[in-house]
Ligand binder design. Structure first.
Ligand SMILES: NC(=O)c1ccc[n+]([C@@H]2O[C@H](COP(=O)([O-])OP(=O)(O)OC[C@H]3O[C@@H](n4cnc5c(N)ncnc54)[C@H](O)[C@@H]3O)[C@@H](O)[C@H]2O)c1
Length: 258
């Protein structure tokens, strides 16, 4: 019997993949959902080495039906849902004065609408099961920062913070907690793409020096990595007091201090 039935969105790479594998290492059956089905299959394969029921789900979370379908596919495949971890994100970076509707659409649909719809779908299943549950949203220090070249992403993560509070209150009567993790800077594909754009918009061709300056602004003086952040997700998903809800956990080396 698995420790818990878990769904991780954005599980094909970066933090989502690390979280899926760390949860499987704790004995959870994990459904790994992502737009990148091949990547999700690879991560599910690694999870299966720990818990054989783990499997992959292909989903486009920018669609209207994708989020609820993802949750239903997980519940069908694993026979229930105890934990939802939402890592999937779109991270469009562009100059503020050249902003495009496409960037806003990507950030708002994937980071906000999909997160809300998946949380509601998970809440319906957890309520019907009657054994509580935990939902973890991944937010960002960006939600609290002035980032002119990252405005859509930053605004979308501020919306995730708001959603976490609303969802926590909506689902509390059934013993379902909703929390969020604000992760530190990790060198994932998302972060590397973003920093390349930031450097280009700043007129900098010395990408490594540019990145080193950004690292130096982190109070702890180093970046983190997906494995370190996955430990925080595992804690929220399995170990934190069940009474903890509507909380935002900052694990940013001091970057998210305000
Ligand atoms: N990397 C960082 O430094 C950092 C810092 C703060 C917050 N975060 C947050 O951590 C989370 C994980 O980010 P990451 O850095 O691991 O990024 P990543 O790009 O490595 O992973 C994001 C995943 O989301 C998936 N995805 C994107 N659009 C999708 C869609 N429409 N449908 C389904 N899946 C989709 C991608 O395929 C990818 O596997 C995100 O919520 C991000 O905002 C990252």
């Amino acid at each position: 019997m698995a420790e818990a039935a878990v769904l991780v969105s954005g599980g094909a790479g970066g933090l989502g993949a690390a979280a899926a594998e760390a949860l499987a290492a704790r004995g959870c059956a994990v459904a790994v959902a992502d737009l990148d089905l091949d990547g999700a299959e690879r991560v599910a394969e690694a999870c299966r080495a720990r818990v054989p029921a783990s499997f992959a789900i292909g989903v486009d979370l920018s669609t209207a039906e994708g989020p609820a379908r993802m949750v239903e596919a997980e519940a069908d495949g694993l026979g229930g849902l105890d934990v939802l971890v939402q890592c999937a994100a779109a991270a469009p970076a562009e100059a503020f004065l050249a902003m495009t509707p496409e960037a806003w659409e990507a950030a708002l649909l994937v980071n906000v609408r999909a997160c809300a719809l998946a949380t509601a779908a998970a809440g319906r299943i957890m309520k019907a099961q009657g054994r509580g549950g935990r939902i973890v949203h991944v937010t960002s220090a960006a939600a609290r920062m002035a980032l002119p070249d990252y405005a859509a992403y930053a605004a979308s993560k501020a919306a995730v913070d708001s959603l976490t509070r609303s969802a926590a209150v909506a689902l509390a009567p059934w013993g379902i907690s909703v929390t969020s993790l604000s992760p530190g800077m990790m060198d994932t594909p998302l972060q590397l793409r973003t920093e390349e754009t930031f450097a280009r918009l700043a007129g900098r061709s010395d990408l490594e020096a540019f990145r080193a300056e950004r690292t130096a602004r982190i109070p702890m003086g180093r970046r983190t990595d997906p494995a370190e952040m996955a430990a925080a997700i595992v804690w929220l998903a399995l170990d934190a007091p069940a009474y903890m809800t509507a909380a935002r956990l900052n694990v940013t080396g001091g970057l998210d201090k305000d």
